[in-house]
Design a binder for this molecule. Structure first.
Ligand code: NAD
Length: 430
């Protein structure tokens, strides 16, 4: 394996992470202390955005819908239908369970929707309306009764498309708030925003860190920060133009978005690097993409497909686009990824916007321990049990009693003993 290009930003990134951590900590404490007054000041400070109330009125929502063309609305509705359909299929696959595991012993679990969810819809650099489908619709399919959203103003006011997507997705309350102040208000609660049980949705480094710090106080879906992409390619499944397009398509998210090419072909690697330079001269969003590529871009040439799997699992990228002669080899063998895009006919943008899988995905190696946002993140799998007969109660009670004695837990032991005496009509020496 050899690197033709390495990320030069590891130290810079670690320092930036520390800076973000400190800002988030202070900002959340301020929201905790001063509620709405702090939220308003922070919104002015970070977004130049001031309102008496950050909740959008019915008139404002309608106005946003009216500003979209019929085609815009149809396109949003098509995307939402795909997300809803796949989320429903996933919901239907999650069965409640009730089984008699021993004679007279019944164990079960129920998948219960959370009571409320706060969805962050990012929109600082681009109004990412697709995040509304991904969060709000998925929560609603899970059965969450109260789903609220926050999206920052875009170029000085709420972007009509992002508001329309939230309305059409079925958000119950829509707030025009961004960044730490949005996430903090939804989790901590203020005089005007009731707190939620879980925070979901992607965002920049500030948003992701705020969610991380709030975890425990509320649930969070996952660590979904600045977008990352890994393109795995060979000369059979890909060419330089496709590889370069798919790398820059994700690098344009922001200057801190890593894009990595992993290939067995040095020829393809060198051609892709040249093609990236050509595309960066014509891509309208090249400002972000160039910074991301120069700081975080990597090109790795591996010896064979097995080594590519090992390297890719180590990177644990949010998105993995596979364009090789046998894409399914990676589906069979890879274990760490947010989402796989198999073959040249699909790509990350399809997943981001419309195809129906969720685009809120783990970053910074969180794919080692979690998949992306899905209907299951809005459900609690809660267990219950029942003992149907006196015999079963006394039989389990005897085991329990002895195990409690091993731990020295007298009170627990007595909970078991009383049942052995009452239902088994015998004593246990303890
Ligand atoms: P954003 O809505 O996440 O963040 C904008 C907010 O950041 C602003 O409202 C502002 O309040 C706050 N902010 C900006 N600079 C700040 C500072 N110096 N101090 C404190 N707060 C500050 O929008 P964005 O910035 O465009 O970022 C969107 C991010 O979402 C991108 O990084 C993108 O890659 C990521 N994303 C991730 C996924 C995923 O699933 N992981 C999916 C889509 C998008």
């Amino acid at each position: 394996m050899q690197y033709l290009k390495r990320s030069v930003a590891t130290d810079v990134r670690a320092k930036a992470d520390r800076g973000v951590r400190d800002i988030v900590e202070k900002t959340l404490a301020d929201i905790e202390d001063r509620g709405d007054a702090a939220v308003r000041e922070l919104s002015i400070k970070f977004d130049g955005w001031d309102r008496e109330s950050y909740a959008l009125t019915p008139g404002e929502k309608q106005d946003c819908l009216d500003q979209l063309s019929g085609q815009d609305l149809k396109d949003i509705e098509f995307a939402q239908a795909q997300v809803r359909n796949f989320a429903q299929i996933q919901r239907d696959s999650m069965k409640d369970v009730e089984v008699e595991t021993l004679p007279g012993v019944v164990l079960g679990h129920k998948n219960l929707p959370l009571n409320s969810a706060g969805c962050y819809i990012p929109g600082g650099k681009y109004p990412l309306l697709a995040s509304a489908h991904m969060s709000v619709i998925t929560a609603k399919v899970a059965g969450v009764p109260r789903v609220i959203t926050c999206a920052p103003p875009f170029q000085g006011k709420p972007a009509p498309a992002i508001v329309a997507a939230q309305v059409l997705a079925g958000a119950d309350e829509i707030y025009a708030l961004g960044g730490i102040q949005a996430v903090g208000a939804m989790a901590i609660g203020t005089e005007s925003i009731r707190p939620v049980d879980i925070l979901v949705g992607p965002g920049n480094a500030f948003v992701a860190e705020a969610k991380r710090q709030l975890f425990g106080r509320v649930g969070i879906d996952l660590f979904a920060g600045p977008t990352e992409t890994l393109v795995i390619a060979d000369e059979i499944g890909c060419d330089a133009e496709l590889a370069a397009t798919d790398l820059l398509g994700q690098a344009e998210h922001g200057p801190d978005s890593p894009a990595i090419l992993l290939t067995t072909s040095e020829k393809l690697a060198r051609e892709t690097m040249a093609e990236i330079e050509r595309l960066l001269r014509i891509l309208p969003t090249a400002d972000y993409a160039r910074k991301a590529w120069e700081s975080y871009g990597e090109v790795i040439v591996a010896d064979d497909a097995i080594e590519m799997v090992r390297i890719a699992d180590d990177i644990a990228s949010e998105h993995v686009q596979v364009m090789t002669g046998d894409p399914d080899f990676f589906l069979r063998n890879m274990t760490n990824y947010g989402a796989l895009f198999l073959g040249a006919r699909t790509n990350v943008s399809f997943g981001d916007k419309v195809i129906g899988t969720n685009h809120t995905l783990p970053t910074k190696k969180a794919a080692r321990y979690t998949g992306g946002l899905w209907v299951g993140k809005f459900l609690k799998t809660c267990t219950y049990q029942r003992v149907l007969t006196d015999e079963a109660s006394a039989m389990i009670g005897e085991y329990c009693s002895r195990l409690c004695a091993l731990e020295g837990f007298a009170g627990h032991g007595e909970q078991a003993n009383i049942r052995v005496r009452r239902y088994g009509h015998r004593d246990i020496p303890y």
